[in-house]
Design a protein around this ligand. Structure first.
Ligand code: NDP
Ligand code: A1CAB
Length: 264
């Protein structure tokens, strides 16, 4: 597959890293106004670094637009005449719906909205995918690409905003939980580096337990909580401070914000 990424900032460069690591392309064009973040890929076979978005579109079958919502209209307009009905257009722009993209490049084009997260750079993204009517038969192709960069879930487009909060912003939410655990561990006497390793590996173990056992988190909690023990003491103290409530409120606030972004 001949792939182009237009916009190689945080997410675009993460996708590029993942594609390069998995050799998921026959050619890869990386296009940005400023190519500094990806210049090091210049020596990778079949990778071209450019600032020419039109060239990137013309040379590719799948074009991934990894641009800020405020830039995507102008960039799509500038390459619209080069996008054919054979191209698969992928947008990762948060809050930009398929109707807006169809309005610029046409309903007759294959348009897929993909919402990955930055773990895509290490092949561990949870990526949600929704397609317009024309691209229904291209969803499998998009899944094949993004399955090599983590796990995918095909969802209706009206859930993409929610998926953005849970999976894309979610990386930041989980990082904050790991950081707080690290701070707690330091207070209990560990060196910062040890504290970080303990928190990160325990987080990894917890997620792996759920993924591998298929059990509900509360079942795993029951297996840890000794009656009158220290775990339930800690959990209840956290809940008295509103841990679950704070997380849910944060998720809802994030969702309200992304819906505002969509309107702008
Ligand atoms: N970061 C994340 O975890 C996630 C982000 N998203 C979405 O992905 C999109 C990209 O986010 P992110 O990577 O963080 O943003 P960045 O700002 O880091 O990257 C966007 C890149 O596009 C470049 N750019 C701007 N205009 C053009 C142009 N005309 N031609 C070519 N390149 C251009 C920017 O250059 P310059 O900086 O010079 O303007 C920048 O390098 C956003 O819509 C975001 O909502 C989705 C999921 C996760
Ligand atoms: O914070 C943001 O708005 C973008 C979308 C999800 C992740 N980053």
């Amino acid at each position: 597959m001949k792939i182009a990424i237009i916009g190689t900032g945080n997410l675009g460069s993460s996708i590029a890293k993942g594609l390069i690591k998995n050799k998921t392309f026959t050619s890869l064009y990386l296009s940005d106004k400023n190519t500094t973040a990806v210049n090091s890929f210049n020596s990778v076979e079949n990778v071209t670094i450019t600032s020419d978005n039109v060239l990137a579109v013309e040379q590719s079958e799948m074009v991934i637009f990894a641009l800020q919502p405020k830039h995507i209209n102008a960039v799509l307009e500038s390459v619209a005449s080069k996008i054919t009905t054979n191209h698969v257009v992928i947008s990762v722009a948060a809050g930009v719906d398929i109707a807006r993209i169809e309005g610029i490049i046409g309903k007759d084009k294959n348009i897929i909205r993909v919402m990955p997260n930055t773990a895509i750079s290490i092949g561990k993204s949870m990526t949600c995918i929704a397609a317009n009517e024309k691209a229904q038969d291209k969803v499998e192709m998009a899944q094949t690409i993004f399955n090599q960069l983590g796990t995918t879930m095909v969802i209706p487009e009206d859930l993409v905003q929610a998926a953005t909060v849970i999976c894309a912003s979610g990386i930041a939410f989980w990082m904050r939980l790991v950081r707080a655990t690290t701070q707690g561990a330091i207070q209990l006497g560990f060196e910062a580096e040890q504290a970080h390793e303990l928190a990160t590996q325990t987080c990894f173990g917890a997620a792996s337990l759920l993924l591998e056992s298929g059990r509900h988190p509360e079942q795993e909690i029951d297996r840890v909580t000794t009656p009158s023990g220290c775990t339930i003491e800690g959990l209840n103290a956290m809940e008295h401070q509103g841990l679950s409530s704070a997380l849910i409120q944060g998720i809802v606030a994030s969702f309200e914000k992304i819906n505002q972004i969509k309107k702008n």
